[in-house]
Design a protein around this ligand. Structure first.
Ligand code: CO8
Ligand code: FAD
Length: 661
């Protein structure tokens, strides 16, 4: 699509784009993280979009379960080959954002890239990396991360798969003792992978040392048949991601060499002696890494959904605002603006938080190399909280965008249903959100109780600022609003701690008191993480070196985000005295003003997300706004439209209609 050729474009969208009062390319660079990143993303996307191998012969929704898998595997393999062939060399992890949209509905090689290779990098010692890393990077072996079992996903300590060391032959015996110990869910496990990292309970010298990672060959490298002692299969259709082959796995006393235990952090020596890691949660490192990546992935899903909903809202006309006047664009309804524009604001919140989290992760990883694990709890807490809020915000945001498109948003060709199912899975996988938020709460309460002792962890240092509890601000600058978030979080933590203490003082065991307070604890974790996101948003926009137009847009979006979230949870702000009912009313009014200010820029802001039509894959969201023709053309692709009268009519309907004659 030639974006300079207005003749091909819907008139409403032309008008919207003429209202733009900022430099779109500059905003695109901010979204990508710099000019060079934008150029790199575009280069990769061009490479993919122009390649006919990535086209589907028929829309995926009309394919059988097997064909969906096979079609997506074909494209995934082609993608890997293509990226490997690039002369410049390619960092798939760096460029992962550029690939969004090219593979649809689950990619059978995704967990190979996002967990198997990172698990080898993070958990294998140098000899082991020598043996497996190169092979897996060259795709000579394909792996997955097999942790979850039928009986346990959340409670990793409760896993049942056993790895029992036999020093006489220096081997581990992997065994699935019960049906509930069956590995269940790992992406690509059913049919694609021939290797995997298995998390199993380590037994040596008669003692259990908890879950540890082992690398296990599952299938013959020549025939791809599953090896003796290993049962493998696919788990069946899911809400979404149905092109993946999420699988199950059982071991029947399957033996692997001792050196297949990933031994970067803990070891079992030849005689069976166990050597402890520096920190006993280092074996959870792969999960933490992926949680960080999920925050960025969620911002990308939301960019897709909000691009579709905003453009469609500019093209769609319905009902009337002024009786008797022409039907307005639905984007002119304030309620529609309230659905769509806060989601645009949310995209930037997630982008800036993801960047801040990755920086912290890099510094923790660097410290770990020197044996320093001090900041691991801080990273665990932040990555858990941000994974949870980004996935729930993005899922809700995508769903709101779908609803904002009315009936057409329910059509598969809008690409909103698939964007939703591809986002909501992140609420559950890589640590279910409630569970992760309770981990954050645990860290908050512990930090609150150790006020006065230096923790060195910056995200919770505000808990020591007791004086702020007594003060509410009369100013409404963005900084002051961020302070209100801080006060709300601090006051919730103080309340939860007091409630816990009271129950304990009354004789309850701590863990019962914890469960009894867990709804409140969840709120603490959410408020703390929201405060973190708001603070990063405000700081990033404030310190941004940008043109006036771009800065104004981002400042308005940031302010909208702050006020939107205050209004959603205003009870917490009132309860702690951070804001008064009058303040809330004023902010609610200002939120409506901000919607009106941002409304004329909305199409241009989503244009700045710069998602090519071929990747957006939506009848409703295309750049030219030619929505109705596209909807009609897509409908014609339905196999039921191949004939005027379907066979089913003769088989079932005709006999029914004639039966009463
Ligand atoms: C896009 C890519 C596609 C991805 C596809 C999806 C792939 C997957 O889903 S793979 C499977 C993912 N599975 C999970 O995430 C399981 C979630 N569960 C867990 O992580 C753990 O069971 C968890 C953290 C909830 C509890 O762990 P557990 O060992 O019971 O610890 P727990 O007793 O609660 O806490 C003990 C201490 O360890 C700390 N801790 C727990 N985890 C960590 C960690 N990763 N790092 C540092 N400290 C940690 C706690 O903070 C606590 O500290 P303290 O005692 O000082 O308060
Ligand atoms: C699409 C998809 C892909 C996946 N890919 C992989 C993969 O590649 N590899 C892999 O190993 N796994 C994978 N998983 C599994 C995933 O990691 C688990 O489903 C997830 O960790 C949640 O565990 P669970 O299913 O046991 O849920 P449960 O823990 O049984 O959760 C059920 C309910 O119980 C609640 N609950 C549980 N424990 C607590 C608690 N302590 N406190 C309060 N409430 C609690 C939860 O909040 C939830 O409401 C995948 C899952 C999905 C959906």
């Amino acid at each position: 699509m030639d974006k300079n050729n207005e003749r091909e474009c819907n008139e409403d969208l032309i008008r919207e784009r003429r209202k733009c009062n900022f430099n779109i390319e500059e905003l695109t660079n901010i979204v990508d993280g710099g000019k060079a990143r934008t150029a790199r993303r575009r280069e990769i996307q061009r490479l993919l979009i122009n390649d006919p191998e990535f086209l589907d012969e028929i829309p995926q929704d009309y394919m059988s379960h097997e064909d969906r898998y096979s079609n997506e595997l074909r494209k995934s393999a082609h993608l890997m080959q293509k990226l490997a062939d690039q002369e410049s060399g390619h960092d798939i992890h760096q460029d992962i954002g550029a690939l969004t949209g090219i593979l649809k509905d689950g990619n059978p090689l995704m967990v190979h890239l996002s967990m198997f290779i990172p698990a080898i990098l993070g958990q294998a010692n140098s000899e082991q990396q020598e043996k497996w890393l190169g092979r897996s990077l060259r795709n000579e072996i394909i792996g997955t991360y097999a942790q979850t079992e039928l009986g346990h996903g959340t409670f990793v300590r409760g896993l049942e798969t056993r790895a029992t060391y036999d020093p006489t032959v220096e081997e581990f015996v992997l065994h699935t003792p019960t049906i509930t110990a069956t590995k269940w869910w790992p992406g690509g496990l059913g049919k694609t992978c021939n290797y995997c990292v298995v998390m199993a309970q380590l037994y040596t010298q008669g003692r259990c040392y908890g879950p540890h990672p082992f690398i296990v060959q599952l299938r013959d490298e020549e025939t791809h048949r599953s090896l003796p002692g290993i049962t493998l299969g696919e788990i069946g259709p899911r809400l979404g991601l149905n092109s993946n082959d999420n699988g199950f796995l059982k071991f029947e006393n399957h033996r692997i060499p001792r050196t297949n235990m990933l031994m970067k952090h803990s070891q079992v020596l030849k005689d069976g002696t166990y050597v402890k890691p520096l920190h006993n949660k280092l074996s959870y490192g792969t999960m933490m890494l992926v949680r960080v990546g999920i925050v960025g992935a969620c911002s990308r899903s939301l960019q897709y959904a909000v691009t579709i909903a905003t453009r469609y809202s500019a093209v769609r006309h319905q009902s009337e605002i002024v009786p008797g006047q022409p039907e307005p664009q639905i984007l002119d309804y304030q309620t529609q603006q309230y659905k769509v524009i806060p989601q645009i604001a949310s995209v930037f919140a997630l982008i800036f938080s993801a960047r801040s989290l990755s920086k912290i992760q890099s510094s923790v990883t660097a410290k770990l190399k020197d044996g320093n694990t001090d900041l691991l709890p801080e990273l665990h807490s932040l990555s858990s909280g941000l994974k949870a809020l980004s996935s729930s915000d993005a899922s809700w945001g995508v769903e709101v965008c779908r609803l904002a498109c009315g009936g057409h948003g329910y059509l598969a060709s809008s690409n909103l249903p698939r964007t939703y199912t591809g986002t909501t899975c992140a609420i559950t996988y890589e640590g279910e959100n409630t569970v992760l938020l309770l981990q954050v709460a645990r860290y908050l309460i512990k930090s609150y109780r150790s006020i006065g002792k230096e923790t060195g962890a910056s995200s919770v240092s505000y808990l020591a600022d007791q004086t702020s509890l007594a003060s509410s601000s009369s100013s409404f600058s963005n900084k002051a609003l961020v302070q209100a978030f801080k006060l709300s979080a601090l006051s919730l933590v103080a309340e939860a701690e007091a409630r816990l203490q009271k129950l304990c003082d009354m004789g309850q065991e701590f863990y019962h008191a914890w469960n009894y307070c867990s709804v409140l604890l969840l709120k603490c974790a959410e408020a703390h993480t929201r405060y973190y996101i708001c603070e990063k948003y405000e700081q990033t926009v404030d310190s941004l070196k940008a043109s006036e137009g771009v800065k104004n847009v981002l400042q308005s979006l940031c302010r909208l985000y702050l006020i939107y979230h205050i209004t959603l949870t205003h009870g917490d702000f009132l309860k702690c005295g951070a804001l008064t009912p009058r303040n809330i009313a004023v902010l609610e009014g200002e939120m409506c003003d901000l919607l009106a200010v941002l409304r004329p820029q909305a199409v241009s802001i989503v244009d700045a997300f710069d998602i090519p039509d071929e990747l957006l894959g939506s009848t409703l969201g295309c750049w030219d706004g030619n929505v109705y023709q596209r909807l009609y053309d897509e409908a014609l692709k339905s196999p039921l439209n191949k004939t005027d009268v379907p066979d089913a009519y003769y088989k079932y309907l005709l006999p029914l209609m004639k039966s009463s004659l």
